[in-house]
Design a protein around this ligand. Structure first.
Ligand code: ZN
Length: 230
């Protein structure tokens, strides 16, 4: 596409603001909306940060929606392991996120927890919301599954996001190295095959997840005394 065509395709609101200096107030609408993806293994504080970010934006008088999928509470709610919680909209596969947001009066931002479990189409919808509706989207999730293979939605976020940020809030492997990858543990052994999404760490489940460093994820060594809670 030529530069000329690109210029013609730009809607009015994208025109650069000319009367601006370092000291003038930033006119509303002058800043492009952003798509940001925060990723890390479980327990790295993703949901806690999602809740904190929602609180901060809300205090500034901005209006947002909070979305999640397969949260550990089992309901449409974001819960963090340190005990915070918030009602959220459950993102089922058939949910059109553009329609969801445009059905509301005015939305300034979206908090998308567990975005790794959304469909790829829904990630495209998030990018549309940023580019065509000027809505800031803050997505949180795992990058890779229990095999250390990237989730399709996470991959699309890596490809499309304005900013990608790895969260590393002191999650350590049993050996003391930084915990980078989630392992799925079934019956005390690290699983290498199976469905990409299996909810574990619930009372009824024989599946649990453990954060490991890359070395021990690849070797399958779960450490001493870590194969208890099933
Ligand atoms: Zn390790």
């Amino acid at each position: 596409m030529s530069h000329e065509v690109m210029e013609q395709a730009k809607p009015l609101s994208w025109r650069p603001v000319t009367q601006s200096s370092a000291l003038s107030a930033v006119p509303s609408g002058a800043r492009d909306a952003v798509l940001k993806f925060y990723f890390g293994p479980m327990d790295c504080g993703k949901s806690t940060l999602a809740l904190q970010m929602n609180y901060n934006h809300g205090r500034q008088g901005r209006r947002g929606l909070v979305l999640t999928k397969h949260d550990r509470s089992g309901g449409p709610k974001i819960t963090s392991r340190i005990g915070l919680g918030l009602e959220a909209i459950e993102v089922v596969d058939s949910l059109d996120l553009v329609r969801l947001v445009t059905a509301h009066d005015r939305i300034d931002y979206l908090i998308c927890d567990e975005a790794c479990f959304y469909t790829v189409e829904q990630i495209e919808q998030l990018a549309d919301l940023v580019d065509e509706h000027g809505i800031d989207v803050y997505a949180f999730g795992l990058a890779s599954d229990f095999r250390s293979v990237m989730f399709p939605a996470a991959q699309r976020l890596f490809e499309l996001a304005d900013e990608v940020c790895r969260l590393q809030v002191e999650v350590l492997c049993w050996c003391g190295r930084p915990g980078l990858l989630n392992a799925r543990v079934v019956g005390g052994t690290l699983a290498r095959t199976g469905e990409q999404v299996v909810i574990g760490d619930t009372d009824a489940s024989a599946v649990r997840y453990q954060v490991l460093c890359r070395r021990h994820h690849r070797s399958g060594h779960l450490g001493e005394g870590t194969s208890q809670a099933v």
